[in-house]
Design a protein around this ligand. Structure first.
Ligand SMILES: C[S@@+](CC[C@H](N)C(=O)[O-])C[C@H]1O[C@@H](n2cnc3c(N)ncnc32)[C@H](O)[C@@H]1O
Length: 253
């Protein structure tokens, strides 16, 4: 008999997603912790949050565990990751998921609210080229309420530091190769597992029709993100955390 969604272990898929993402970003959990520290600092422990390009809802999960009175809207385009998110948070009235393409000029019209205390995103906006990302930042500049925040944690590359970039990358990839040899599951392996799952097989085929392996985008510098956010209506913007490869940029309106 085919497995039904009632029998799918959504928590196990959530866990597998975290392990796969951590193979790329060993500091991922620390990045989320600092992001939520800054949510608390700017908008308090009961925020209305937009989890932008939410995937399986990783930010939302940490948000609600730390701030049980928070609410979250997750928005994404990937049907397989949204299936995991919807299954995992099923019955939790604090959470709503919306399917939308962030490159669609009308994406925000699908949201249940027209204003948020905090818009949060991680490891996602490098799937967009600079031009659609600029348009997205303008829209976020409207969605965040006055005094609210936007935060983006992602790879942000400074092209003025090629030797630093090359050494950091080589070191990171050597660690990833060792972890892979010890059995770590990478992006391609993870999707191959999803394709074999009776419930996720069809949405996985659909996500490959939408994106292919991975959408193509840009990884502009921290300065570009901060400047573009200020041009989009935020009063201040700068990095609040960084690892050798990743940065968390915060913009306050
Ligand atoms: C690597 S995942 C990160 C997910 C989650 N934020 C996390 O940290 O685990 C990147 C996400 O960005 C989403 N994404 C990329 N481009 C998008 C677009 N144009 N519209 C909506 N979502 C998009 C993908 O579907 C995917 O869920």
């Amino acid at each position: 008999m085919a497995e039904t969604s009632a029998h799918t272990d959504w928590a196990a898929w959530q866990e597998r997603w975290d392990r796969q993402q951590e193979w790329y970003m060993p500091d991922r959990e620390e990045r989320f912790r600092v992001m939520l520290d800054m949510v608390e600092a700017f908008v308090g422990p009961r925020p209305r949050v937009l989890d932008l390009a939410c995937g399986t809802g990783s930010i939302t999960d940490r948000l609600l565990k730390r701030f049980p009175e928070a609410t979250s809207t997750g928005v994404d385009l990937d049907p397989a990751l949204l299936a995991i998110a919807r299954g995992y948070f099923d019955g939790d009235e604090r959470v709503t998921f919306v399917t939308a393409d962030l490159k669609d000029p009308d994406w925000a019209g699908r949201l249940p609210y027209d204003s948020y205390d905090a818009v949060l995103t991680a490891t996602a906006l490098h799937w967009l080229h600079a031009e659609p990302l600029t348009a997205l930042y303008r829209r976020i500049g409207v969605l965040v309420r006055d005094g609210g925040v936007f935060m983006n944690a992602d790879h942000m590359i400074d092209t003025d530091t090629p030797r630093i970039n090359a050494a950091e990358r080589a070191h990171r990839h050597a660690g990833m190769d060792r972890a892979k040899a010890a059995g770590a599951v990478d992006w391609a392996d993870w999707w191959a597992l999803a394709a074999k799952d009776p419930v996720l097989a069809e949405p996985t085929a659909e996500r490959y029709r939408i994106y292919g392996e991975h959408a193509d985008g840009d990884m502009p510098s921290v300065r570009w993100h901060a400047d573009t956010l200020r041009e989009a209506g935020f009063g201040e913007a700068r990095a609040v955390w960084a690892s050798p490869s990743d940065t968390l940029v915060l913009a306050v309106k």
